[in-house]
Design a protein around this ligand. Structure first.
Ligand code: ATP
Ligand code: MG
Length: 142
């Protein structure tokens, strides 16, 4: 077994005026993911009914052996992988029904470099801002 890969999940916490203030940072129920079979490999059950609640204000490390499903879980929360079943909320926002708010409430720092090396830092920020629909007047890229 390779060394375990620690992950740190940091969520943005809005304290004032948020109707979901009392909700946990992360609330996962029966989260299940089966990757579809391909020509090369059979279907893979990566997450099997995971229940997990992470309170606000906490620092939480998600540890597990290679292939345990850590990345799958984080990618579902970040909207990068489509779950097969179950539900997940980030700061009280459901990733299915309140997708924009849920995404705005989480930040993921990837393990590997995932930037386009041909972009300048300015271009990279502008590009991301575009994806997230941040109006130009609200951007502070320079
Ligand atoms: N896109 C994919 N298609 C098919 N199977 C996948 C895909 N991504 C991951 N898997 C499989 O799902 C299981 C969980 O993988 P995942 O990457 O979530 O584990 P992990 O805990 O992050 O592992 P590691 O510690 O190596 O990063 C593994 O068996 C993996 O091979
Ligand atoms: Mg991983």
């Amino acid at each position: 077994m390779k060394e375990l890969t620690p992950y740190l999940l940091l969520t943005h916490i809005k304290v004032n005026g948020n109707p979901f203030m009392k909700s946990p940072a992360i609330e996962i129920k029966n989260l299940t993911k089966t990757y579809r079979a391909s020509k090369k490999s059979p279907a893979k059950l990566a997450l099997k009914g995971v229940d997990l609640t992470i309170p606000r204000g906490s620092i939480f490390g998600l540890l597990g052996p290679n292939g345990a499903g850590k990345s799958t879980m984080i990618n579902i929360l970040a909207g990068l992988v489509v779950k097969s079943a179950g539900s997940a909320k980030i700061c009280g926002y459901d990733i299915d029904t309140q997708t924009r708010q849920a995404r705005a409430s989480i930040g993921v720092v990837p393990q590997e470099i995932s930037m386009d090396v041909f972009f300048s830092p300015y271009q990279a920020l502008e590009n991301q801002a575009g994806y997230y629909g941040v109006p130009k007047s609200e951007r502070r890229s320079d």
